[in-house]
Ligand binder design. Structure first.
Ligand SMILES: C[S@@+](CC[C@H](N)C(=O)[O-])C[C@H]1O[C@@H](n2cnc3c(N)ncnc32)[C@H](O)[C@@H]1O
Length: 288
């Protein structure tokens, strides 16, 4: 099984088994339009399909992994885990982002800095200011691994035949076809007014985006696409009147008990149009 290369807010590692239980036993292509750290994608190891994210640095990172894994590994070996070096690397990362056109070498450099900053910055956060400048401070880690040779080679092989986009999730309207599986893991609707879920992108993802996603999910469902969505409980009401979608709650107490410090430990909902008898949970016994 391939592993995610980056740490990413909203990572789905703990929910993998529950999510997979709702996936159909068989499908054609696999699409993940909010790829983030890609925990589910790398677990699935699909051979055909697409990934996407609005975050351009993240998408450059995956393109470089797919197309130039050895150059990336070589570049990663140049970095040092030192505070002064970290802040110079952060400046360079922001400088590269400002360039209108970049050479392949500059994209490889940016991808390598993305990984370095993710492994050595505070808490593995990705956070940017209004001008899209990455502003996470230096973090304390024991032997941070920013080379990740084995993981990069494995991920590169998985990505070999996968299309990579840097668009709004709505590209799927024209890309997903009957029999495909789409897994949507959007930025979550905040559970409370005070919850801060805006760190994904400075633009955020608002209620209208949640409704656009619901409309697209319904449209895809009508054309025979298998749809699975994870989100936080408040979005349940957006789907309650659509007959073909079932909503179940997962995650809550078990995650809270096993890791009290985990900030992702809110209950989640899984929304799907995959009929119970076609779901993998039939194969996994009564795991869920
Ligand atoms: C919850 S995270 C995905 C987490 C991922 N499943 C993982 O395991 O790491 C949501 C992602 O959606 C991206 N995003 C936000 N708005 C978007 C949009 N309109 N279209 C596509 N991607 C978007 C963010 O950049 C972020 O990476």
């Amino acid at each position: 099984m391939a592993e995610p290369i980056l740490k990413w807010v909203g990572g789905k590692r703990q929910l993998l088994q529950e999510l997979r239980a709702h996936f159909p036993i068989s499908y054609e292509e696999y699409h993940e339009p909010f790829i983030g750290g890609g925990a589910v994608f790398f677990e699935m190891e699909p051979t055909e399909g697409s990934i996407n994210d609005l975050n351009r640095r993240l998408i450059t990172f995956y393109e470089v992994i797919r197309d130039y894994p050895e150059d990336l590994i070589e570049e990663n070996q140049r970095h040092r885990y030192e505070e002064g070096y970290y802040y110079d690397a952060r400046d360079r990362f922001n400088e590269l982002h400002q360039l209108e056109e970049r050479s392949i070498e500059q994209e490889i450099e940016e991808a390598s800095l993305m990984l370095y900053l993710n492994r050595t910055g505070y808490n593995g956060l990705y956070r940017v200011n209004q001008s899209n400048e990455f502003n996470v401070p230096f973090g304390t880690h024991r032997n941070p691994d920013f080379v990740r040779e084995r993981q990069i080679r494995k991920a590169s092989a998985v990505l070999e035949h996968i299309e990579i986009y840097n668009r709004d999730f709505s590209y799927l309207k024209d890309r997903a076809a009957e029999g495909d599986l789409v897994y949507f893991d959007p930025p979550y609707e905040p559970v409370s007014q005070t919850a801060d879920f805006t760190e994904y992108q400075s633009e955020g993802f608002n209620k209208d985006d949640q409704r656009r996603l619901r409309d697209l999910a319904e449209q895809l469902s009508n054309t025979g696409v298998n749809v699975v969505i994870s989100n936080s409980p408040p979005v349940w009401e957006l789907y309650q009147d659509i007959d073909e979608f079932d909503v179940s709650t997962v995650g809550a107490s078990r995650m809270i008990n096993s890791d009290p410090d985990n900030r992702d430990d809110v209950a989640e909902v899984i929304i799907t149009n995959v009929a119970k008898e076609d779901q993998q949970q039939q194969d996994l016994g009564n795991y869920v």
